[in-house]
Design a protein. Structure first.
Length: 234
């Protein structure tokens, strides 16, 4: 584990996963670690094979990327299944596709991707066609069924990956002295303050009875539907 720092802060990171950040800096909302044999994430969604994809703790539906959160082997395998649902691909093409999805900020190493693909093959989720000295992977029917059952979670992972890419690009622009447009810099200050206000309100009311918790849950669920543009009738 290595560290880069700015005054007063230190964060562990994986040198290979986020190559486009300015030298000597990694934002506080990311904590990266190298791959681990048999690494995290087993159990959720029926995965948990070898390796880790670069972030810590996995995607659990929470907002943003809190400190210590990373792709588990489960997460990486789900992303690979989604990419193979688009088209059959070689391992190198899948790595490039993940780079493209994240604007180049997330680049899992072959040592992460190929063991994950082998594990998916063992599960019967992908098929393999040998072309010379390369393997071309395709989504099998069993993998398509599994992906459909986890589609909402996979879509959220891609959305969060694109979000963190925008935030990192905003950091890069700021450090370069650039002034990004509002639509390039992630969330506007008003939205950030609103999110913090909701979190603070929940923290202050962590000892409320079940009936009050249900009332608050209904408010948040209604707000989530409106944010998604579904409205009251959905």
């Amino acid at each position: 584990m290595s560290y880069h720092s700015i005054p007063g802060r230190r964060w562990p990171y994986d040198c290979g996963s986020f190559s486009r950040l300015p030298a000597g800096f990694l934002p506080p909302f990311v904590q990266c670690a190298g791959s681990r044999r048999g690494g995290g994430g087993g159990g959720r969604g029926g995965f948990g094979g070898p390796g880790s994809g670069g972030f810590g703790g996995g995607f659990d539906g929470s907002d943003g990327f809190p400190s210590g959160r990373k792709f588990t082997s489960d997460d990486l395998q789900s992303l690979l299944l989604a990419l193979l649902d688009d088209k059959p691909s070689h391992g190198y093409e899948l790595i490039k596709a993940l780079q493209a999805q994240s604007n180049g900020f997330y680049s899992p190493s072959p040592g992460m991707v190929y063991p994950a693909l082998t594990y998916l093959e063992e599960l019967g989720y992908v098929t393999v066609e040998v072309e010379g000295n390369r393997k071309r992977y395709a989504l099998a029917e069993l993998g398509r069924v599994h992906l459909a059952a986890n589609r909402e979670r996979v879509d959220m992972m891609f959305a969060k990956l694109r979000h963190i890419a925008r935030k990192m690009d905003s950091v890069r622009r700021a450090l370069a002295g650039e002034d990004p447009a509002d639509d390039e810099g992630g969330w506007i200050p008003e939205l950030v303050r609103a999110r913090h206000a909701i979190k603070s309100a929940l923290y202050r009311r962590d000892d409320i009875p079940a009936d009050e918790q249900r009332r608050i849950a209904a408010i948040l669920q209604r707000a989530a539907r409106e944010i998604e543009g579904q409205g009251e009738g959905s």
